[in-house]
Design a protein around this ligand. Structure first.
Ligand SMILES: Nc1ncnc2c1ncn2[C@@H]1O[C@H](COP(=O)(O)OP(=O)(O)OP(=O)(O)O)[C@@H](O)[C@H]1O
Length: 254
């Protein structure tokens, strides 16, 4: 395996607010890597910085051996990184197929092979391809957003909170498709997800981001077995004097 993406000491600011405080992560070819973290930890900022939507103040982003830090977003897409943003933004007045074709704007040749692949994984999109995207349910819009992300034939697909606002059943369905895209098509993914249960089940490795810093990393089975992860992210509630334990453990977290 080789590192497709290598982020080193990344610092990103919103004005005076330092959202990323020296973040380093790697994504190897064929992996699903997840970033866990509470609200405001900096997960979206990390993805936006990698995608070129925000400029880092410091640090390197190496993708397929090339430094891409600070490149314009369309250049980043052309290099092979596709971001499926939080909130599944689709163009409601365009048809499903038009939405999908927009995802292929960076492709030179014919994108029909990619369209077939998307329809193979999301048959409901094929069935409804002539309808306006605004009529799709929330789960179907998320499928469309992922499908559009695949249309540029990315070497790295970044997914920001795919389960947001979806029922547990739909979340299971979408994560099942994410896992199959990885296992069968070899799509490498960076996954930000608040639902730590499903993220740790689906991904191979993970990082825990807290207040702009990586505080923990490892294979997902190890992370899932850790007391800290169980308590903070998997909602284990069998602790007595929880508040105090939490505070003590925090002191030894790093
Ligand atoms: N537009 C903005 N202007 C100022 N500060 C911002 C802005 N967006 C995010 N921040 C701050 O940057 C930090 C990281 O935010 P970010 O959205 O990356 O976190 P997150 O981990 O993705 O959280 P969430 O799960 O809520 O999306 C937070 O402290 C947040 O308040």
């Amino acid at each position: 395996m080789s590192a497709v993406l290598s982020v080193r000491n990344l610092e990103t600011f919103y004005g005076a607010i330092m959202a990323l405080r020296g973040v380093s992560i790697d994504v190897e070819e064929g992996e699903i890597v997840t970033i866990l973290g509470a609200n405001g930890a900096g997960k979206t900022t990390l993805m936006k910085t990698i995608a070129g939507l925000m400029d880092p103040e410091k640090g390197q982003i190496t993708f397929m051996g090339e430094n891409i830090a600070g490149l314009e977003p369309d250049r980043v897409v052309r290099k092979g990184i596709s971001l499926v943003p939080e909130g599944r933004e689709v163009f409601p007045y365009l048809t499903i197929e038009e939405n999908l074709r927009l995802g292929a704007f960076t492709r030179r040749g014919d994108a029909s092979g990619d369209l077939d692949l998307v329809y193979q994984y999301f048959p409901i999109l094929k069935e409804r391809r002539k309808q306006a995207a605004g009529f799709l349910s929330g789960g179907q819009q998320q499928m469309l957003a992922i499908g559009r992300g695949l249309m540029s034939d990315p070497k790295l697909l970044m997914l920001d909170e795919p389960s947001l606002g979806l029922s547990p059943l739909l979340t299971q369905e979408i994560f099942g498709i994410i896992a199959r895209l990885n296992a069968d098509e070899g799509v490498t993914m960076l996954l930000v997800e608040q639902n730590a249960h499903i993220a740790l089940e689906t991904a191979h490795r993970g990082y825990v981001l807290e207040m702009g810093r990586i505080v923990m990393t490892g294979p997902c089975d190890q992370l899932a077995a850790s007391d800290d992860i169980q308590e903070f992210y998997l909602g284990r509630t069998d602790e007595t004097e929880r508040g105090q334990k939490r505070w003590k453990r925090r002191k030894t977290w790093r």
